[in-house]
Ligand binder design. Structure first.
Ligand code: FCB
Length: 445
């Protein structure tokens, strides 16, 4: 079969594209009235990020918008997923709206539409206004109301041109990397706080989804991350261990959004760590959604460990045996397993792969060019899983490779390269890698 024949199942209206997030690419942290976010505070705290780097400048996308729009057009993407920086829009988290912040995203959206690229904004990709953090951040229920107001302010300006809205990106990361492991902002290590944060993220998703409906009539949903867990043996105790890990990682978010409430077995497991909340919150969280964003990178493999009787999970994570990228195992079947589960078990009817990608150790040649054959193999392998499940009747309607260009990879600083384009950190020159050429060829123009 030719390459084109291979991928014809992903012809339009299927959306092919790439994604980014505000803090990872924009830079310009002090420009045009942007307030500080918890990531500005975190990355400026010594010892929190690899090599002590921060996102103050990142890819300088804020000042290079037109160049990046042209790059996206060159790549022939159908869609572009980006996040909106809350502290650019509402610098203090609540209160006055910064019109200049909205102007930037309006230029972005209009620039995309002028190039026939569909905009897919995400309202929260972890950059909470720092002013809200000093009031308790995601541990404070008031933050949910602030998020709702911010979402409405954005939708009022852009709602007539945006065809789909994502509320939160990967709430698991915000809650558990931010509050259990403490390796993401705000850098707390307290499991009960992580569960409290997760509850407020879910609640704020439901509140924002409902509020957005009064402003727009386009699809709305969250983008969740899925790292499906598999048992390391056939033993009953290891199968149950994998079920617990799945409950902790994705069930905790997807079950309440699907109207099932929190997974019972996990509520029992967490016991006294569970936050107290109003039972009506579960109805708010279960607000109907029209799309589910699926971020998929890898699986996990676990076995039971003595001592995992309750509270914080104590499972043993096994070394995963297959091919590895710079930081993870490559396991494409985990994507199709996840997609089948979301459709056939949960009943979700509009799935978009909002993130999928890999980092590799790469050295550009003297022109900045990177031959990233490994990334092409990675993308092809995952696209093949999408094709497979579509043929089985799973409604997957888009795939966004992570990410447009090498950028600021959170606590890992600039050490991990996930880009389809290389970004020179001194000159900011963007150079499409072989994978960008591959994606471009999937959409002949
Ligand atoms: C995802 C994040 C994204 C990026 C990729 C590599 O979990 O959503 O911002 O960090 O991982």
């Amino acid at each position: 079969m030719t390459q084109d024949a291979d991928f014809s199942a992903l012809a339009p209206p299927f959306k092919l594209g790439v994604g980014t997030s505000a803090y990872q690419i924009e830079g310009a942290v002090n420009q045009d009235g942007r307030g500080k976010s918890i990531w500005d505070v975190f990355t400026h705290t010594p010892g929190k990020t690899k090599d002590g780097t921060n996102g103050d400048v990142a890819c300088d996308h804020y000042n290079r918008l037109n160049e990046d729009l042209d790059l996206l057009q060159w790549m022939h993407v159908d869609g572009y997923r980006f996040s909106i920086s809350w502290p650019r829009i509402v610098p203090e988290g609540v209160g006055s709206v910064n019109e200049k912040g909205l102007d930037f995203y309006e230029r972005l959206v209009d620039g995309l539409l002028a190039r026939d690229i569909t905009p897919y904004p995400t309202l929260y990709h972890w950059d909470l206004p720092a002013a809200l953090e000093s009031e308790g951040g995601w541990l404070n229920r008031a933050t949910c109301h602030a998020f709702e107001q911010y979402a409405v302010a954005v939708a009022r300006r852009l709602g007539d041109r945006v065809p789909m809205w994502f509320t939160h990106n990967e709430p698991w990361c915000q809650a558990f990397l931010g509050y259990e492991h403490g390796i993401f902002a705000p850098g707390v290590q307290n499991f009960a706080d992580a569960l409290q944060c997760a509850h407020h993220l879910l609640l704020s998703h439901g509140m924002a989804a409902t509020a957005l409906r009064s402003v727009v009539n386009t699809p709305i949903g969250p983008a969740l991350n899925f790292t499906p867990s598999y048992p390391g043996s056939d033993k009953e105790e290891d199968i149950e261990a994998a079920q617990r890990q799945n409950g902790y990682f994705q069930g905790w978010f997807v079950d309440p959004i699907a109207g099932r409430g929190y997974p019972e077995h996990m509520v029992r497991h967490y016991g006294k760590l569970m936050p107290s909340f109003r039972s009506a919150d579960l109805d708010v969280i279960a607000a109907p959604i029209d799309v589910l964003g699926v971020n998929y990178y890898e699986r996990s493999l676990v076995v039971n460990k003595e001592g995992d009787e309750g509270g914080v999970l104590q499972l043993e994570h096994l070394q995963r045996p297959l091919a590895h990228t710079a930081d993870r195992e490559m396991y494409p079947p985990g994507l199709s397993d996840t997609l089948r589960d979301l459709h056939f078990n949960y009943g979700f009817n509009n799935l978009m792969i909002t993130e999928n990608g890999a980092a590799f150790e790469e050295t550009p040649d003297e022109t900045g060019y990177v031959d990233d054959a490994g990334r092409i193999d990675f993308i092809k392998a995952h696209l093949n899983e999408v094709i497979k499940v579509k043929a089985e009747g799973v409604p997957v309607n888009g795939y966004f490779a992570w990410t447009l260009m090498d950028n600021y990879e959170w606590n890992e600083g600039y050490s991990l390269c996930y880009g389809l384009c290389h970004m020179n950190k001194q000159t900011f020159k963007r150079t499409p890698k072989t994978s960008a050429h591959f994606l471009r060829r999937l959409r002949a123009k």
